[in-house]
Design a protein around this ligand. Sequence first.
Ligand SMILES: Nc1ncnc2c1ncn2[C@@H]1O[C@H](COP(=O)(O)OP(=O)(O)OP(=O)(O)O)[C@@H](O)[C@H]1O
Length: 563
Amino acid sequence: MSGLNQLGRLVNGLSLVAKEIAKRSQAVDATRTGDLETLITSSLKKALVSATDTVGLTKGTVREFSKPKPKESVVYFNDSADVAETTSADDKGSAIDQSALPGRDVSHDSEKSADRNVEAKVLEPSTGKESSVKKCESNNLSDKVDVDGGREVAAAVAAAVPEKRRRPRERKVPSTPFSRLIGFAGLGAGLAWGTIQESTKRLVYGTSSSQDKQSAVSPFLSDKNAERLAHALCRMRGAALKIGQMLSIQDESLVPAPILAALDIVRQGADVMPRWQLNQVLDAELGPDWQSKLTSFDYEPMAAASIGQVHRAVTKDGMQVAMKIQYPGVADSIESDIQNVKILLDYTNLIPKGLYLDRAMKVAKEELSRECDYLLEAANQKRFHDMLSDAKGFYVPVVVDNISSKRVLTTELVSGIPIDKVAQLNQETRNYVGKKLLELTLTELFVFHFMQTDPNWSNFLYDEATKTINLIDFGAAREFPKSFVDDYLRMVLACANGDRDPVIEMSQRLGFLTGMENEIMLEAHVQAAFIVGLPFSKAGGYDFRSSNITQSISNLGATMLRH
Ligand SMILES: Nc1ncnc2c1ncn2[C@@H]1O[C@H](COP(=O)(O)OP(=O)(O)OP(=O)(O)O)[C@@H](O)[C@H]1O
């Protein structure tokens, strides 16, 4: 019976895939207009490759990062802009390697080329002076200082807290609506196939006793399917991955444990664009002579985020910069990606009812559209740079306008460790950073009325050498009207003072409550508000270890979801 059910699900899944293809694909248009040849030779062929990739039949090219990381990926540009070299330090003056021109395969050279990049006029971002690098010599992270992108501290932190990390894969971003659709369709079919496999396994061997309650009930929630989902999102990138990342930070009461475990992968970063695709974006955005503005460009990304990947480069005037380069097609596919993820979530019953998924998706769409506009992000970043120019302990890197566009954002490279890693530093440092973060939050909201609303750990890079928090990623910055901010302050005061009625009144004015809630829901909301108000309830410091605020709120969250 269960096998029949699963077969039904498979048929449903495949018909959903077929229906979606018929509804949306350009393939249908091409057939209608009789352009069958183009259809077969281009999009369908590519799409089939994409689909097999997303289903998990092929796995792209695994990028091998040997240790220590070689820097063969750095390309140096001569003054004659169109010529690049990748010679290593002990190979200076040798013939220019034509194969190293962007867009072509590069022959790899030695680790030393990396040192040349480091040697190139290193500016200390926060002070504008030249800086030296203190080596990390012990495993005690509180002793470590690093001013070269936090690389050594990050490596030491990783060694201290070993994480199961996924090796990034080099895979083309599906950039047309059709190839993205095929990606989702492939994922849907892959999940349906995985469900069949799991059901068959259970029929033959029974359900494993180690499986948790939810995954024991649903053969969809197998480890393989969860992994399939995570890898597909890393390959799709864009809005699909962003939603995966949002889901990955939810509580187990919202998202089943095996899915959460697999989604851990999506937080570690996306797949990487192949060099030819990266060059296509750079040429289209900055013009084919973009190299003329740089001394060097590192083709190995320092980060592969959800909507773009980030590369180190050095400008002609010697500034070390981070170039954020947007994946092609993601800005135009936000709406369809969100729709497709929603179809998958509905189909798999992954998300519990009551999560206001439609509302959440609408907000995600608006946020993502803003985040894809790097000109808007550049403007936000400059505004923050100016507002915080006199603030002690914070630094916002400058924007390099002449190497930026709507899809490429170039900013001064800053150093530091992601803010969560500060948890491993000493108490004094933790107190300092905690106070600074709170000061920043309150200043942004109540003084600037302008806030960075994407509190990702890696958007706050703590530089121990200068005791500075370097702030990046202003794509999600937004302005709040004075009336909202004033009500918000009243809300904070009511929470801190434990005043029930004002908490409810302000919550309705701010839109946290509709006024239609029942008593149980209201009570859970008020309790949650009081817990959030605790750190503000007494003058002086607050010991965050004395209560587990997030856990307490999350416990109330389950009641709120039910009501
Ligand atoms: N100016 C910079 N200096 C140093 N590192 C940087 C800089 N800009 C970006 N990075 C690195 O690249 C990563 C991704 O950059 P950013 O957060 O701006 O991208 P994003 O697409 O907005 O990412 P997300 O998916 O987190 O929203 C950062 O976490 C950081 O590691």
